[in-house]
Each structure stands twice: as C-alpha cells, then as structure tokens.
Write a protein that binds this ligand. Structure first.
Ligand code: PEP
Length: 252
C-alpha cells in the first residue's frame, strides 16, 4: 500500500501571532508538492491566524495537545471543538515534552487520543524511549508499552485515522539523530505491533513518522526507508528554508 508522506512541523512554544503568520506564508510560498501532506502545529494563540494565512493551500493544521472533553472546568486545557473552530484537523498527543516535563501518563495520553478521534481530529500519537532505556536494551519494551496503552480501547476504525510518531527522546532537540537503520528497525517493529493490535491491512495503512533532529541533510536518507512515512520536525521547522527543503525531500 502506498502511504502518502506527511511532513509535520511542531513549533512548540515559539512565535507570536505575526511571526507565525509570516513563517506559514513563507513555507506556503516556497512550494508544496502535491504528493505529500504538510502539517503545521503553531501555538494555540496563532492557530486561527495561520489557518487564514494558509487557506486553500492544502496545508493541514495540528494542535500541540488536546483535551478529551468538549468544554467545562479544565483550566489550561484546549478543547477539540475550539481547535476545529480555529481550522485545526490534527493533534500531536503524548509528545515527549508533555510526558517528561509535564508528567503526562500513558493513561492520560490514551484519553486524549480517544477524545481527539471522538471529535474528528486526527491524533499524532508520539512514542519514544529515553537514552537510559535504549542503553539498558529496553527500547522495544518501552515502545510496546506506550503504544498498547496509548491505543487501548481505540477501534479499528479509529486506528485507520491515526498517525504514529516515533521520537527517541535522546534525539529530540539534541542534534543527535537515530541512524536510518535504527529508525527503520523501530518503525518495522511498531508496524508489526500495530498488525498484532489491529489487522495487517490497517497496520499497512498507518503512517509512522520519525522525529528527532530531522534536518535538510538527513531527511532524504530517512525518507528512503521502507517504513518511515514522514517526519515530525521541531527546530528545523522554525526556519522556512530548512523546512521547505525537508518538505521537498528526495528519495533516490
Ligand atoms: C520534536 O519536537 O518533535 C522534535 C523532533 O524536535 P527536533 O526536530 O528539534 O529534534
């Protein structure tokens, strides 16, 4: 099955509204190949402005987190309905910064995934091992745990609308990238787990992104791997020239 590549930019806690608008316009104007999807995840404050700036371009918008409830007493959270109202169709969930700085558990991540699906947002479920876990040979065990718990109770139809992002924590924002072999090995493992949880044809259709210091120099090799279907990009997504080059990756 041909999976459409997805290049996603996570802007984290960067950009004012004006800066976000300009960055989005530069990315849009640098040309978007039709055979791949592009998602931008600006801060919540800039979502609507970015949505208006890129209207009609095909660029997708993602949130950096999402609550499982539509509204109510959830101070500091963001509702899926509010996100959709601002032009958002996807949501990054379980990013390592949410898990490790803000203490989000697998159970909380799972609630967010279910909530996103319930309200029609595509979840981008992030999983990844820490350096000490890799060094202790626990990578596969940690990833299996995060994936199974993150997807608990999610039906086959739900899984059809999900994206997984493998982001080794030791490679995020550090300049260290997993080698293409390390990344492909994990992606293949994740796909086989998905085939075990769901059916093989569902697993074959799910996009698995790699994230962790992706840049214009390493993207072509990473995207040349059989089970790497896209990239979740942090630092390099804040520079329109770098991000455009990543969007325009070339597989030889
Ligand atoms: C990320 O934040 O998801 C990420 C992968 O960041 P960076 O590309 O900077 O490593």
């Amino acid at each position: 099955m041909q999976r459409k590549p997805l290049i996603a930019g996570n802007w984290k806690m960067h950009t004012t509204i004006d800066e976000a608008e300009s960055l989005a316009i530069s990315i849009m104007e640098s040309g978007l190949p039709g055979d791949r999807d592009v998602m931008l995840a600006p801060p919540f404050t800039a979502m609507k402005a970015v949505s208006q700036a890129v209207a009609g371009s095909g660029i997708l918008l993602g949130a950096q987190n999402v609550c499982w409830e539509e509204k109510g007493a959830f101070t500091g959270e963001i509702s899926p309905i509010m996100l959709k109202d601002a032009g958002c169709t996807m949501a990054i969930i379980g990013h390592s910064e949410r898990r490790h700085i803000f203490g989000e558990s697998d159970a909380l991540v799972n609630k967010r995934v279910a909530g996103a699906l319930k309200f029609g947002l595509v979840p981008v479920l992030c999983i990844g091992e820490k350096l000490e876990e890799r060094e202790a040979d626990k990578t596969f065990q940690v990833l299996e745990d995060q994936l199974r718990k993150g997807l608990e109770g999610i039906s086959q139809e739900g899984a059809d609308n999900i994206v997984i992002a493998y982001e080794p924590v030791w490679a995020i924002g550090t300049g260290k990238t997993a080698t293409v072999d390390q990344a492909q090995e994990v992606h293949l493992f994740v796909r086989s787990l998905l085939a075990d949880i769901y059916e093989k044809n569902i697993a074959t259709g799910i996009r698995i992104l790699y994230g962790g210091s992706v840049n214009p120099k390493n993207v072509d090799d990473l995207m040349g791997q059989e089970d790497i279907d896209g990239a979740l990009v942090g630092g390099a997504a804040l520079d329109s020239t770098s991000f455009s080059r990543i969007i325009n990756f070339k597989v030889t």
